[in-house]
Design a protein around this ligand. Structure first.
Ligand SMILES: Nc1nc(=O)c2c([nH]1)NC[C@@H]1CN(c3ccc(C(=O)N[C@@H](CCC(=O)O)C(=O)O)cc3)CN21
Ligand SMILES: CC(C)C(=O)C(=O)O
Ligand SMILES: [Mg+2]
Length: 278
């Protein structure tokens, strides 16, 4: 049976009912259609595509055009899955007008279901502006990769009493600004648990421990496709990279020994080719 596409309202309903859900990334049509066939309810077209699809060192160089180029085929490939468009660095920080213009563009040009942006108290006015334009916004706090340089790198956040309290206040402030859910990345489990109790909207954890409403992972990480990158919070549920390398090597070997293509994979019609003139 085809799965029922989740709505923005369902996020809150699931938290209120204590029903967990899961969410992964996709950046292309084929992967999106595979997630659509699975029970995973939500897809993020993350700006992590800068690293995973484009080979950059981080996410800051990703543009609005890059995001739109990747979100569109994901929406096409996953009609039964809620799709989030990640706002890239520089597309919403400048002003409320800029944030609204780019959020509207992302929705209009891709058909995704909501936008996500990084930041707490400092981004509350931008969040409120986009929500006022009628676009659902997902927040993202804790480790925020777009500003990782000022956080001292890809580091666990909220590790001191003061920074943990600050994170929870960030969550409360963006909840007031109108986010319908919050990604919480790379924090101690107890901080995530406390946050989930102090805010009403669902907390979507990536490296935030078990006591949140939803678990998020990058598909290429959880399927073991991406390579050596393995933060503590990544569990590999499959080894697809190895399966792909094995498949490629089998093709290579059969090419060299001539066993591929056998008649089964060849067009075997006999054609009487007349001799060349002269
Ligand atoms: N493939 C991929 N997966 C991701 O989860 C991901 C990306 N790319 N790119 C964008 C951001 C960057 N992310 C990262 C990257 C590295 C760590 C990391 O190495 N963390 C250390 C923490 C060390 C510490 O503070 O103690 C770890 O060991 O988990 C965490 C999140 C999460 N996002
Ligand atoms: C790690 C997730 C939450 C993200 O923002 C991304 O993939 O870009
Ligand atoms: Mg992101």
């Amino acid at each position: 049976m085809a799965k029922q596409k989740m709505t923005v309202m369902d996020f809150q309903k699931y938290k209120d009912e204590g029903r967990k859900f899961s969410y992964v990334t996709a950046y292309d049509y084929t992967t999106a259609s595979i997630v659509d066939d699975s029970d995973v309810e939500v897809i993020l077209v993350g700006d992590s595509l800068g690293m995973i699809m484009l080979g950059y060192k981080g996410t800051t160089a990703v543009t609005m055009d890059d995001m739109i180029h990747h979100i569109r085929p994901v929406v096409q490939g996953a009609p039964h899955t809620f799709v989030i468009g990640d706002m890239p660095f520089g597309s919403y920080q400048v002003s409320c007008e800029q944030a609204m213009t780019n959020a509207i563009r992302m929705i209009k040009e891709t058909g995704c279901d909501c936008v996500k942006l990084e930041g707490g108290i400092n981004m509350a006015d931008k969040i409120a502006a986009i929500v006022n334009a009628g676009i659902p916004v997902m927040g993202h706090i804790g480790l925020t990769p777009q500003t990782a340089t000022s956080l001292g790198g890809f580091k666990v956040q909220g590790g001191t009493p003061e920074s943990a309290r600050k994170l929870i206040e960030d969550a409360k402030t963006i909840e007031k600004a109108g986010v319908f859910s919050i990604v919480l990345e790379c924090v101690p489990s107890c901080v995530a648990r406390a946050m989930s109790k102090e805010v009403r909207v669902p907390i979507l954890g990536i490296g935030a421990g078990p006591d949140v409403d939803c678990q998020v992972l990058v598909t290429q990480d959880l399927l073991g496709m991406y390579g050596d990158f393995k933060p503590k919070f990544v569990k590999q549920f499959a080894q697809i990279r190895k399966a792909m390398v094995d498949g490629l090597n089998a093709f290579h070997e059969e090419t060299l020994n001539g066993s591929f293509p056998s008649p089964e994979f060849s067009f075997n019609k006999q054609v009487d080719i007349p001799p060349a003139k002269e």
